[in-house]
Design a protein around this ligand. Structure first.
Ligand code: PHE
Length: 344
């Protein structure tokens, strides 16, 4: 009796202290303890020598021992599987410190885009997006720019070779058309996105750039609403001291149309190279949505009116950060990109 109990306790210790490692540890353990010649199996054979009144208690102890051995075996197997799947098997030292990955920064265009979105969101505008490859209707015709209209020349367009019915959108006004066609009024949206124009690449122009356009359609929307909305935007974006002026302009999709200038941030309005000595820089186009556009999109122009505006994010970013050449935005030079740290 004594000896069997001692043997069980010695074997229990042995199992608990088993700390072989490596790929075959579990199998070795199984052979040593649980196999047909293993020590746990063998010790069970001693049961027949136990006095009948002790059999119950010894049976319980032996069962505990068996469960312990089986659990240990499963643990070893699991550890082995985990280590082969995470590379220890391939000789990789998992305790080595990792290679540090430096934090990136947001692209300045993204920072300013997010800022613009944030300002208009506070006025209740929602963000709408649409495809960059557009059909003629959404990019031009619905916007009161029928085929052969000379104003199409204002935006030199990339057409898709395989099928010139498709083009790269020249502005995100196409998204506004898509939203109006949904027929859910009122509409109060801004449309950020990338646009494409067949322009010669220079310090001030690129064949692709980014816009945020806005559209508000409801009962009785007036030019005064447009002005107040844009005043608010400019003050939030550039600060309270910036001055704003509107100049009459022409866009086929708005009537009346205007362009908006702000006082030059570089020289404060005195005149410099950036503002070409005028003291003003243009930042956006805007106007009251043309009734033809509303009707093209299935909106009753007698009942509803609206305003629209569109700005280039590159232009705003250049003014805000005093970047003189917009080509640098797409050169992926980290020495430039790392200068813009923002939580936005
Ligand atoms: N779609 C015009 C452009 O890309 C900008 C604009 C939008 C002008 C809305 C007026 C109203 O040049």
């Amino acid at each position: 009796m004594e000896t069997l109990e001692q043997k069980i306790s010695a074997l229990t210790d042995e199992i608990n202290q088993y700390n072989e490692m490596g790929s075959a540890a579990a199998e070795q353990f199984r052979i040593k303890f649980l196999g047909s010649n293993g020590s746990v199996k063998k010790i069970f054979g001693l049961m027949k020598e136990v006095a009948p009144e002790e059999k119950r208690e010894m049976g319980r102890l032996l069962n505990e021992l068996k469960l312990l051995a089986e659990k240990k075996y499963n643990d070893l197997k699991e550890a082995e599987e985990a280590s082969t799947s995470n590379g220890a098997e391939a000789g990789i030292d998992l305790s080595m410190p990792g290679t540090p990955l430096p934090f990136g920064t947001r692209h300045p265009i993204s920072i300013i885009r997010n800022k613009i979105i944030d300002i208009f969101k506070r006025l209740g505008f929602a963000v709408a997006e649409g495809p960059e490859i557009e059909d003629d209707w959404h990019n031009f015709t619905a916007l009161n720019l029928p085929e052969d209209h000379p104003a199409r020349d204002m935006q030199d367009t990339f057409y898709v070779n395989a099928d010139p019915a498709w083009m790269l959108r020249t502005h995100t006004s196409s998204v506004q058309v898509r939203e109006m066609e949904k027929g859910e009024l009122p509409i109060r949206i801004i449309c950020p996105g990338r646009v494409y124009r067949n322009e010669t690449i220079s310090a001030r122009a690129h064949c692709f750039f980014h816009q945020v356009e806005g559209l508000y359609i409801a009962d009785n929307v007036s030019f005064a609403d447009l002005k107040q909305t844009l005043y608010f935007f400019v003050k939030e974006m550039f600060g309270q001291s910036v001055e704003v002026r509107f100049r009459p302009s022409y866009f086929p999709f708005t009537e009346p149309s205007a362009e908006m200038d702000i006082s030059c941030l570089i020289c404060g309005g005195k005149g410099c190279n950036v503002c070409k000595q005028t003291g003003w820089v243009e930042i956006l186009g805007c106007g009251m949505v043309h009734p033809n556009v509303l009707e093209n999109c299935g909106i009753d122009s007698k009942k509803y009116s609206g305003f629209a505006f569109g700005m280039g994010i590159e232009r705003i970013t250049m003014l805000k950060y005093q970047v003189k050449d917009l080509r640098i935005f797409s050169e992926n030079d980290v020495r430039f990109l790392n200068q813009f740290v923002s939580a936005v």
